[in-house]
Design a binder for this molecule. Structure first.
Ligand code: UT7
Length: 327
C-alpha cells in the first residue's frame, strides 16, 4: 500500500487544568453521577480557560510531540489539524499553529471529519510522507467542545470535554508503521449530529434564541451507528493489513461512551487489558480523544516495539475510520 514505511515518531497531549465533575453538572442540569457513570463511563472532563482557543491547546500538544520525535518545528513539511472547534471560521487553525510553533516551511490545513478527524488526518499525513511529498507531518486532534456545548441540555452536556493530542509522522524501519486505513462516510446521517451556522444557516438572532449555536445530537441513533461501525471498521482495517483480531496488542478507540467501547471489545473478542480507556477522566473530546489516549498509552509503556495497534473512531458526518499500525 505504501512506498515507504511511515509511522508515528512522537506523540504529545495537552488538557486544560479546569475539571468539570459529574457533581458539578448536577448543579447545572437534572442529572446525577450514578446515571452518567452507568450510561457513559464518564466521571469528569476538562474545560479550557476563557483565554484559550483551540490553537493554544494544539501548540502545547505539538511541542511535546516534536520533542518526543526529536525534531524541530522548522523541519515539518505539513500540519493537519483535525477539529470541529477551530479558532475561527477561517483561516485554518493549522495556519495559526504553524505561526505559533515556527514551522516556517510547513503547508497547513484543517480537516473536518468530527470525531473521526484524527484518523482521517493520519491517513492523509502518512500518504504525504509515503509519497515523498514531505519528510515530517504534524497531525493534531484538538477540540474546545465546551464552547459549542449547551449546558442546559442534559442529554449532551454530560458527554463533552476539551483537549488536544498530536503525533509526528515520519519514516520508520521496514515492517513498522501504518499497515492499512479504513475510512468511510455516510452523509445520509448528517442531521444526526451537527452545529448550525455556516452558509446554510448563517447565525441570526432567531438561531441564537433557539440555541442552535450548540451541538445537536440524536443520541440513540448515533449510539446504534457507533456500535455497528466500531467493530466492522476495525475488522476491515485488520483484513486490509492481512492481520487477525487476535493479532491486536492494543486497541485505541474513540472515547465516546464505555458501552460503545465495550461493544467493540466484544466484537473484536478483546479483553479490556488490550484497550486504552481514559474516558472517565476526559469525556468525549471528539478529534482529540484518540491522540490523547494514544499519548497516555505511550507514556504508560503500553505501546511496545513491534506491537500491533488499532485505532478506531466514529463521529458526525457520519464518518468513521480505523487504522492498523505496527509500533
Ligand atoms: O463522538 C460521537 C458523539 N456521540 C456519541 O457517541 C453519543 C452516542 N450516544 C450515547 O452515548 C447515548 O445515547 C447517550 C449517553 C447520549 C444517552 O444514553 P442512552 O442510554 O441512550 O439514554 P436515552 O437517551 O435513551 O435516555 C434514557 C433516559 C431518558 O429518560 P426516559 O425518557 O426514559 O424517562 C432520558 O431523558 O435517561 C434520561 N436522560 C438522563 N437522565 C439523567 C438523558 N440524559 C440524562 C442525564 N441524566 N444526563
Amino acid at each position: 500500500m505504501f512506498n515507504k514505511a511511515v509511522g508515528i515518531i512522537g506523540t504529545g497531549k495537552y488538557v486544560p487544568e479546569k475539571i468539570l465533575t459529574n457533581k458539578d453538572l448536577e448543579q447545572l442540569v437534572d442529572t446525577n453521577d450514578e446515571w452518567i457513570v452507568t450510561r457513559t463511563g464518564i466521571s469528569e472532563r476538562r474545560i479550557a480557560a476563557e483565554h484559550q482557543a483551540a490553537s493554544d491547546l494544539a501548540v502545547i500538544a505539538s511541542q511535546n510531540a516534536l520533542q518526543a520525535a526529536g525534531i524541530t518545528a522548522d523541519q515539518l513539511d505539513l500540519i493537519i489539524v483535525a477539529t470541529v472547534t477551530p479558532d475561527m471560521a477561517f483561516p485554518s487553525t493549522a495556519c495559526v499553529v504553524q505561526e505559533k510553533i515556527g514551522a516556517k516551511k510547513a503547508a497547513a490545513f484543517d480537516l473536518s471529519a468530527a470525531c473521526s478527524g484524527f484518523i482521517y488526518a493520519l491517513a492523509n499525513g502518512s500518504n504525504y510522507v509515503a509519497s515523498g511529498m514531505g519528510k515530517y507531518v504534524l497531525v493534531i486532534g484538538v477540540e474546545i467542545l465546551s464552547r459549542i456545548t449547551d449546558y442546559t441540555d442534559r442529554a449532551t452536556c454530560i458527554l463533552f470535554g476539551d483537549g488536544a493530542g498530536a503525533a509526528v509522522l515520519g519514516e520508520v524501519p521496514t515492517g513498522r508503521g501504518f499497515r492499512s486505513f479504513e475510512l468511510g462516510a455516510d452523509g445520509s446521517g448528517a442531521e444526526l449530529l451537527k452545529v448550525c451556522g455556516g452558509s446554510r444557516n448563517p447565525f441570526n438572532q432567531q438561531l441564537l434564541d433557539e440555541r442552535k449555536q450548540f451541538i445537536y445530537m440524536a443520541g440513540n441513533d448515533v449510539f446504534k451507528f457507533a456500535v455497528r461501525i466500531m467493530g466492522s471498521a476495525a475488522e476491515a482495517a485488520l483484513e486490509k493489513a492481512g492481520l487477525q483480531k487476535s493479532d491486536i496488542d492494543l486497541l485505541v478507540p474513540h472515547q465516546a461512551n464505555m458501552r460503545i467501547i465495550q461493544s467493540a471489545l466484544d466484537r473484536l473478542e478483546l479483553p479490556a487489558e488490550k484497550c486504552m480507556i481514559n474516558l472517565s477522566k476526559y469525556g468525549n473530546m471528539s478529534a482529540a480523544s484518540i491522540p490523547v489516549a494514544l499519548h497516555e498509552a505511550v507514556e504508560a509503556g503500553r505501546a511496545k516495539d513491534g506491537d500491533c495497534l488499532v485505532f478506531v473512531g466514529f463521529g458526525g458526518g457520519l464518518t468513521w475510520g480505523a487504522t492498523v499500525l505496527i509500533w
